[in-house]
Design a protein around this ligand. Sequence first.
Ligand code: NAD
Length: 352
Amino acid sequence: MPVLLVTGSSGLIGSEVCVHFSALGWEIHGIDNNQRAAFFGPQGDTRWNQKRLQSTLPAFHHHELDIRDRSGLVRLLGDLRPAAIVHTAAQPSHDRAAAIPFDDFDTNAVGTLNLLEAARQGCPEAPFVHMSTNKVYGDRPNGIPLVELDTRWDYADPAFADGIPESYSIDQSKHSLFGASKVAADVMVQEYGRYFGLPTCCLRGGCLTGPNHSGVELHGFLSYLVKCNLEGRGYKVFGYKGKQVRDNIHSHDVARFIEEFIRAPRPGEVYNIGGGRANSCSILEAFQITASLTGRAQTSSYLEENRIGDHICYISDLSKMRAHYPAWDITISLPEIIGQIVDAWKSRPRAA
Ligand SMILES: NC(=O)c1ccc[n+]([C@@H]2O[C@H](COP(=O)([O-])OP(=O)(O)OC[C@H]3O[C@@H](n4cnc5c(N)ncnc54)[C@H](O)[C@@H]3O)[C@@H](O)[C@H]2O)c1
């Protein structure tokens, strides 16, 4: 059985990757210390997901390890010598990073370096997939001319009709501390590919979502929005008239791309991964789709001030992914994603 190491295994993407590769017959080793609960409080607790993996996957091994523990990682990777590594553990929120700059940088930047170096020492042949983010582009996408439609903003410049490509500059824009720590990790992952020849790649995520997200106000917008709808709670909209656009991809389609990369790695590559135009929506449109599925109108409040560094319209250009890996494409539509999130919140055990 090939061995897969997944960091952040109790989180949204990590757990999906564990389930996906387990079904392909891999032995899975997950690293997670429930740091999401430390970052976001009990609502961010991911123990329920860890327990789900432990009780449902036949060859899943949980490691209660912090990716900031450099020697712990060297020991574990040296022992396991995994055939592939998927790195999803992170402090994932803009707003949270400002309050905890050292925890954010130590986790996102230094934790990634710890893992890369442990991989170089223990298993340099193993494909290494890093979850990066579209926030590496900072707020530069907000400089693209926009057109205001009834329920959303859209790009006025036809050059961006398919969305933002990987060649877009990551430099000289406002990133938030989170975006900056993720830039450091992204560039380091590319460097271990280009300089040391490790089969690494960065996946710069748009909105990654799905039924297993522990959505909170500061991270996981669709998951949190659906939760607010079901609980009859008001959703706070931060600026841009609620017309800000996100492209949403189901975590299963992310895991399917990771499988493609691991099968045929291209060292040092970077891909924008999101739902693309077809799976994009504004907050107002997400309210409508959710209400049509739950039968409950969404209540909301509006704050004039947008979140610092927040994108007004972000759509990932998926053409490079499709060109390099033609067997891959989006398979789960936006209404289907929201439907699954609705069902999941209705049945999920509450955090301890
Ligand atoms: N969800 C999104 O919309 C989105 C968008 C773009 C990029 N990303 C990136 O994708 C990755 C996965 O995101 P997600 O939504 O699955 O996040 P998540 O918060 O659901 O999962 C991350 C997991 O990592 C764990 N973790 C955090 N710090 C840790 C540490 N120091 N040691 C061990 N475990 C730790 C957390 O407990 C959590 O279970 C992150 O790198 C994130 O920045 C996510």
